[in-house]
Design a protein. Structure first.
Lengths: 322, 531
């Protein structure tokens, strides 16, 4: 286990480094200027901004500084160099759009919001998908089972920007139960969380159902039933524990999907999460904000995958994790 | 055993719910008295740096200017921090400041005004509207570092009196003193906190409201400022600005009663919404026009440009595409400009266009290069582009390719001249024709067409220096005719419209061309609310 963890952490660091450099270069390669507007800024204003944000420095290698001073200046006196220096100090840099705030100050409050949205979505995914899959597997080919399969297909296929407005139509303007947008209390979280978790719920239902059907066919289940073990114990304790392996494998990518899926949900429901900043930052060319969001997403995704792999390992020590 | 696990999970969820909810509601725990959605999230609330109308609507509630815009009668500004003023010649103004206080109890003095204007005129501040202070004597020279600040035409006679000297007579100067950029900030706070002075805990306000909290993309909460000089007339105690969202979402929030005042609705629904009592639409102080890059092949000839302008069927566009309260634009300056009138413009005349095109050497479009029309990513914009393209093909037999680009890329290409024809739009900052006409003088930063005319430039210089309003209008109309009917670096197409939706219990909004929303003027009629 220790060796496994060390290997993974090393891989972690490498991936992070590649994402950092790659994203930085890509961001700066995109055409468009953070400060361009209908009213073109004057040369004086542009010069001031270039100075303040180091736009007048090269991106990756500063040949001029290299020739003048010590070798290291060629790397540190670059836009990338200043950024990494900031990262070292925990500073994600300034936001170009929100001039009064740093990236950390903009993303900070948004992280718990996205986490909460994703977290509840994940709970819904498991809380709805798992029981649905189990129930379906207990009565194969019944109406219950057919219904569960239909629900699964629907959840996987229908895009969330179609489903979202439909949910709003029904629950907000039809039944007047819920508000249409915002994030001001528990009732605001229901529709967004459902929208976030539903595709994963559908997938989990599918995986659970097929896994359970497979297990319930096994000899040891028949033997347990013959011994007189109560059905509930047979299903929940014996069969589920073995059938759940593909579901746990899926939890890693599921969490990833949910996290990236929050981007669309946040836009539909006007939720102040990371996803909105990510999209709006890209549109506004707010380089540092987007980079900050990318690095955070990277960390989160890698952590989820690591946790899922550890859980998998613990569940079945026989499994070889490559 | 299994049951316990579920209780555990529910417990965790409830704890998370408590924690993850917005903690930034401050004292406005419940709903504010007035909730609005007025546009994109402000980039900043620093008056010197505010550039968007949406941000101005918030910042104008926090900071007061020398004067206040009189939305009912823009040529007669209302007092602000200055309770009175006089000018003998239109060149020198003397403002008498009232006894007013900052929200922290400090007195608002002439020194604050000088500090604020000096700050705008300092290049390190990077204010994009600094040119409003170039009207001051030596304003631009100070900005360029040529003279020290004491040479600039603004000085404090005493703590309550400010004397302003302009370069030349500027009829709209008192409108500018109400503009967000020229509003007064609290020098001591700015010096102490630097870029963090706009934080709610640091901000010191002179306007009708103070900043209670600002949670990006979530809510901007304002609270009535008891130290405001006119606090007795401020009737709404708490105001919330919610973030911009997709147009349909905003409308849904309005319909569900979460928001009381919105300024943007989905384009497709304007026709339907127009019939409602709570819809308030009018022509806006903005024009959509086509830019011609005069450096490109064929477009260097004004006959070609005139031919293209003469075959834009504006009536069809307004009736079938833009609809609502948009209107055909004969000229660049919107009809809602007070006391201006309008030019005739070129109109729609395909016959004449074909003659001009033939004269220019392209009879029936023969030999005419395929040009590209550049526009930004918008549904309506795409439809307009298609109508233009079809019209030019039908009337002049020329081919125009459509190039639909993302906003920043579109902007970048127009600025760097990488276009043939491009969509353009302009909203005036102040209610004078020069706010539209100035930018097409030769070499102006916002011109971007490569066109210039010494005659036009001379007329603009003259009109800007003319005191008599009638004579000034005449000169401006003459200049506009050169721009729109002869030189034609641009072809105006239609006037934009405002699309406000206001709940019936929110009173006090006076429709005005620039759609300025003065929260101070608004009040809630509880009797009109639904039970």
């Amino acid at each position: 286990m220790i060796r496994f963890l060390l290997r993974r952490l090393l891989f972690f660091g490498l991936t992070f480094g590649v994402v950092l450099v790659g994203s930085f270069l890509l961001m700066h390669a995109a055409p468009g200027d953070p400060f361009e507007g209908e009213r073109t800024p004057t040369p004086e204003v542009t010069a001031e901004r270039n100075r303040r944000y180091h736009f007048d420095k090269p991106i990756l290698f500063n040949i001029k500084a290299l020739r003048e001073g010590p070798f290291t200046r060629g790397i540190t006196e670059t836009q990338f160099g200043y950024y990494v220096d900031g990262l070292r100090r925990g500073d994600l840099g300034p936001s170009y759009r929100y001039q009064d705030r740093s990236v950390s100050e903009v993303l900070g409050p948004a992280i718990p919001v996205s986490m909460l949205l994703g977290g509840i979505g994940l709970l819904i995914a498991v809380g709805v998908g798992l029981p649905a899959g189990i129930l379906a597997s207990l009565r194969p080919n019944s109406w219950l089972d057919r219904g569960a399969i239909a629900f699964s297909m629907g959840g996987i296929i229908v895009p969330n920007f179609v489903l979202g407005p439909l949910l709003v139509m029904v629950f907000v303007f039809g039944l007047h139960w819920l508000p249409p947008a915002g994030w001001n209390g528990p009732e605001y979280m229901i529709l967004p969380a459902i929208l976030t978790g539903l595709p994963a719920a559908a997938m989990i239902a599918r995986l659970t159902r097929s896994g359970m059907i497979e297990e319930l066919r096994q000899e040891y289940i028949r033997a347990a039933r013959a011994r007189g073990v109560p059905e509930r114990v047979v299903v929940m304790k014996h069969a589920l524990k073995n059938a759940i392996s593909p579901v746990v494998s899926y939890l890693g990518p599921a969490a990833a999907n949910i996290l990236t899926g929050t981007v669309v949900v946040e836009t539909i429901f006007s939720i102040p999460g990371m996803g909105r900043h990510f999209v709006e930052g890209a549109i506004n060319r707010d380089y540092k904000l987007v980079l900050g969001a990318v690095l955070l997403y990277c960390l989160l995704l890698m952590t989820f995958n690591l946790l899922a792999d550890i859980a998998h390992r613990l569940l079945d020590p026989r499994m070889e994790i490559a | 055993m299994g049951g316990m696990k579920y209780l555990y999970i529910i417990g965790v969820v409830l704890a998370l719910l408590g924690g993850g909810c917005s903690g930034d509601e401050g004292e406005n725990g419940g709903r504010a008295e007035l909730t609005l959605i007025v546009g994109d999230e402000p980039k900043t609330l620093d008056p010197a740096l505010v550039t968007s109308l949406a941000a101005a609507r918030v910042a104008d509630s926090l900071f007061e200017g020398l004067t206040n815009l009189n939305v009912a009668n823009p040529t007669e500004p209302l007092p602000g921090l200055a309770e009175s003023w006089e000018t003998a010649d239109g060149l020198t103004y003397t403002f008498h400041l009232r006894e007013a206080k900052w929200s922290n109890g400090d007195s608002i003095t002439a020194a604050d005004l000088l500090y604020s204007w000096r700050r705008v005129l300092t290049p390190a501040t990077a204010s994009e509207y600094v040119h409003f202070l170039f009207y001051l004597k030596n304003g631009e020279r100070f900005y360029k570092g040529e003279v020290p600040f004491d040479q600039v035409g603004v000085r404090a006679v005493d703590a309550r009196t400010v004397e302003v000297t302009l370069n030349q007579v500027t009829p709209h100067f008192l409108e500018l003193t109400a503009f967000t950029t020229l509003r007064v900030v609290h020098g001591a706070s700015v010096d102490k906190h630097a870029t963090r002075w706009t934080r709610p805990e640091n901000m010191v306000c002179s306007g009708p409201y103070t900043l209670e909290s600002w949670s990006v993309n979530e809510r901007i909460a304002l609270k009535k400022n008891p130290a405001y000089w006119d606090a007795a007339n401020v009737r709404i105690g708490t105001v919330d600005f919610l973030p911009n969202a997709k147009q349909h979402t905003i409308l849904q929030q309005y319909e569900a009663g979460e928001v009381d005042f919105i300024t943007s609705v989905p384009e497709r629904l304007v026709d339907k919404l127009m019939t409602r009592d709570d819809f308030h639409g009018a022509q806006a102080f903005g024009t959509y026009f086509i830019r011609f890059n005069t450096a490109r092949e064929a477009l260097g000839d004004s006959r070609v440009r005139r031919a293209l302008a003469l075959t834009v069927d504006r009536a069809v566009l307004v009736e079938h595409v833009t609809r609502g309260h948009t209107a055909v634009a004969a000229g660049l300056v919107p009809p809602s400009t007070p006391e201006y009138g309008a030019i005739d413009g070129l109109g729609f005349d395909p016959e004449r266009a074909r003659k001009l095109l033939a004269e220019a050497g392209y009879p029936n479009g023969k030999g005419f290069p395929t040009l590209t029309y550049l526009f930004n990513d918008s549904e309506n914009g795409a439809r307009i582009a298609q109508v233009l393209k079809a019209g030019w093909k039908k009337e002049l037999n020329i081919d125009v390719d459509l190039d639909r680009r993302e906003w920043k890329i579109y902007l970048g290409r127009v600025t760097s001249g990488e276009y043939d024809l491009a969509r353009g739009s302009w909203y005036g900052d102040y209610l004078e024709p020069s706010s539209f006409l100035d930018m097409f003088t030769t070499g102006h930063l916002f011109n971007k067409t490569g066109w210039g005319s010494p005659e036009y430039d001379a007329l603009m210089v003259t009109s800007n220096a003319t005191v008599d309003p009638v004579a000034r209008r005449e000169t401006q109309l003459k200049a506009e005719r050169i721009l729109v009917e002869q030189g034609v670096p641009i072809a105006p197409v239609f006037t934009f419209h405002t699309t406000n939706m206001i709940k019936p219990w929110v009173k006090g909004m006076v429709a005005n061309p620039r759609n300025v929303i003065r929260i101070k003027d608004l009040w809630i009629d509880d009797a009109a609310k639904p039970k």
